[in-house]
Design a protein around this ligand. Structure first.
Ligand SMILES: [Zn+2]
Length: 633
């Protein structure tokens, strides 16, 4: 077991024990040695509604889309980090007592005292009232607690405790909202709107009232003018985060400069967020600094940092000098006015909007003046297969301890929250890929459509290596390709559906172009793609022949399907003729421009390769074929 996690768990248990005995006036040997008293309070938190919070409500403001998305994703991480922080502070625990902490979930080892129980209830009400107020019930944090004895943590017993904790967390999901407090219509909803503002309802989220404090703010821009406090804060975070590695968490009354450099609405009404690079010592001396975090440690050359490392921010592509000369960005803008706007927009260091990320999917044609392919986005969603099972049964009972669980959870998180962004940043092929989120056990990426399958394959291989080839640990993924004007929540839903297809049955697979393929076959399909592409470039096959191939793929896939059934009807038999039709088609069309003496050999090669691919891969052949078609359009 990792010495770090072991020490950390030991310290958390010791702190809780000390507080328990201190409060109960029982700091004596007999009481301390008693392992059967319920001395611990295990507090868990689970942020609900993350998906909706991040993806829903983008109004008609495509301009802010990528900043807002970045800001929302960071905001979600802050919500769960800071919820754990308040609980620890109220109870009098160090932040390190929050043992598991990833992707909207946390687990705190607290003492089973009245003070701690009260603190948990008080914080639960406070943060959920606040969340209800700003998200109108869209997001909530489910907080549960249960008591445990020291013996429960001992090997062979801990698994039972873990099951109890997991059960409690699952159960809480059925009562996400406290209906006694928040049932019925939202009180005084309409009274919050100010009709003097340009747009009384926030044009960005379309549900909260715009704020006069935000009207005309530089983050919103002259076109939009109005926004609610929350949307403004999220754009503020999304804008600043790509320029700064460090954030300072301050008490809400701290002296922290003008409104333009901080949140308008402190988180939970308690925490102010500013971007500081140094100068925090004096704030710390005044007691105003509650945290100073390096939130993208993977972006640094060296690890030297005076800040706490928190891996809560993903990689976002920003403009570089190179982009000022990249014709593809201008090529995809249709009108002159749009082209000028695009040139205006390219400022090195600023985050790239999705339109310019999609433009990177275009390929230079041979004339080196025009471009082939489609400028579309690819969305990759992936997560670890069978995670619940791995967490509850992945360790042998005698090895099932809190430290090992902490190690497992922390190391999985590190792959998504640290390795992934550093890979995207460091690998030229993937530097245009945007992280919507990466952490815990999953990732959600948006990038130029034609790099996403390769990236997914590499990540699945990297993950296996990261887990030392353990056959039980693997990823499944869903990839969808979409046009630029696709709403974000549609992207999220479709990617989720593709991922669900990969998860049904075998797992360790990817769904792309609607076909579900095991990762190890993707490798073969990419080789098929290379070969098809070569034929196309050498004019052995033409574009219309590639289109025609779709029909054979359809027939071969249908044949596979009917052969699996017990009965075959005559009317379905047509598809079994694909071999004969393919032979005829290849003989007539392939390599027509080649000299007579070369042609027979080429025709033979193409016919036998195509037939064997169709035989082996059936519908999967769509994956290499469509890839080529979209790349060369
Ligand atoms: Zn809004």
């Amino acid at each position: 077991v990792s010495l770090y996690d072991h020490c950390r768990a030991t310290a958390a248990l010791a702190t809780a024990l000390y507080l328990y005995h201190k409060e109960n006036n029982s700091l004596n040997e007999d009481s301390i040695k008693n392992d059967d008293t319920e001395k611990f309070l295990i507090v868990s938190g689970d942020l609900y509604g993350i998906q909706d919070f991040i993806f829903k409500g983008y109004g008609d403001t495509r301009k802010h889309r990528s900043k807002l998305l970045r800001g929302r994703s960071l905001y979600v991480s802050l919500l769960s980090e800071l919820a754990a922080d308040i609980i620890c502070r109220k109870i009098g625990l160090h932040r390190m007592s929050s043992l598991l902490n990833a992707a909207g979930k946390f687990l705190i080892i607290a003492p089973n005292t009245e003070k701690a129980q009260d603190a948990v209830n008080e914080v639960d009400c406070h943060i959920n009232d606040w969340l209800y107020g700003i998200t109108l019930g869209e997001a909530a944090i489910g907080i549960t607690s249960l008591t445990a004895t020291p013996r429960d943590f001992v090997e062979k017993h801990f698994q039972k405790l873990w099951d109890r904790i997991s059960f409690q967390i699952e159960k809480k999901k059925f009562s996400k909202l406290d209906l006694d407090r928040h049932g019925g219509a939202v009180q005084h909803y309409l009274e919050r709107f100010n009709n003097d503002l340009r747009s009384p309802v926030c044009p960005i989220c379309g549900k909260r009232p715009s704020s006069d404090m935000v009207e005309g703010s530089s983050y919103i821009g002259q076109e939009t003018m109005s926004a609610c406090k929350l949307c403004r804060d999220q754009i503020f975070l999304g804008t600043q985060i790509v320029k700064n590695n460090n954030i300072a968490v301050l008490s809400k009354d701290a002296k922290c400069g003008p409104l333009s450099s901080r949140l308008v609405e402190p988180i939970y009404g308690i925490y102010q967020i500013v971007f500081l690079d140094g100068g925090h010592e004096s704030m710390a001396q005044r007691g105003e600094l509650l945290g100073y975090w390096d939130i993208q440690p993977w972006a640094r050359e060296s690890m030297a940092s005076r800040a706490t490392l928190k891996m809560i921010n993903g990689y976002v592509p920003v403009y570089t000098q190179e982009d000022e000369h990249d014709e593809r960005i201008l090529y995809s803008e249709k009108s002159e006015r749009k082209k000028l706007e695009a040139i205006e927009q390219i400022k090195p260091g600023d985050p790239k909007p999705f339109t310019h990320i999609a433009a990177k999917a275009l390929n230079v044609r041979e004339d080196s003046k025009t471009y082939a392919g489609v400028d579309a986005l690819g969305v990759l969603k992936a997560d670890v297969d069978n995670l619940g099972l791995i967490m509850s049964c992945g360790l042998k009972p005698e090895r099932f301890t809190i430290s090992r669980i902490a190690t497992l959870s922390r190391q999985l998180n590190t792959f998504f929250a640290c390795y992934l962004p550093s890979k995207l940043k460091g690998d030229a092929r993937y530097k245009e890929v945007y992280t919507v989120f990466g952490g815990g056990d999953d990732l959600f990426l948006i990038g130029p459509w034609n790099v996403m399958l390769n990236l997914g394959l590499e990540l699945s291989k990297d993950f296996k290596r990261y887990c030392c080839g353990n056959p039980e640990l693997h990823l499944s993924a869903g990839i969808i390709y979409c046009k630029l004007n696709t709403p974000l929540d549609t992207m999220a839903t479709q990617a989720e559906e593709a991922l669900e297809l990969s998860k049904g049955g075998e797992k360790d697979r990817v769904t792309v172009f609607g076909e579900t393929v095991p990762w190890f076959n993707v490798e073969d399909l990419l080789q098929v793609k290379d070969k098809l592409q070569k034929w196309y470039q050498e004019n052995i096959v033409t574009r219309s022949m590639l289109y025609k191939l779709n029909e054979f793929i359809y027939m071969a896939a249908q044949e596979k399907q009917i052969l699996d059934q017990n009965e075959i009807f005559l009317k379905h038999m047509h598809c079994t003729k694909w071999r004969a039709l393919l032979g005829y088609f290849v003989e007539r069309n392939v390599a027509k421009s080649f000299p007579q003496e070369q042609r027979p050999q080429i025709v033979k090669d193409v016919a036998s390769s195509l037939a064997s691919w169709l035989e082996v891969y059936g519908g999967w052949l769509k994956v290499p074929l469509w890839d080529i078609l979209y790349n060369t359009r």
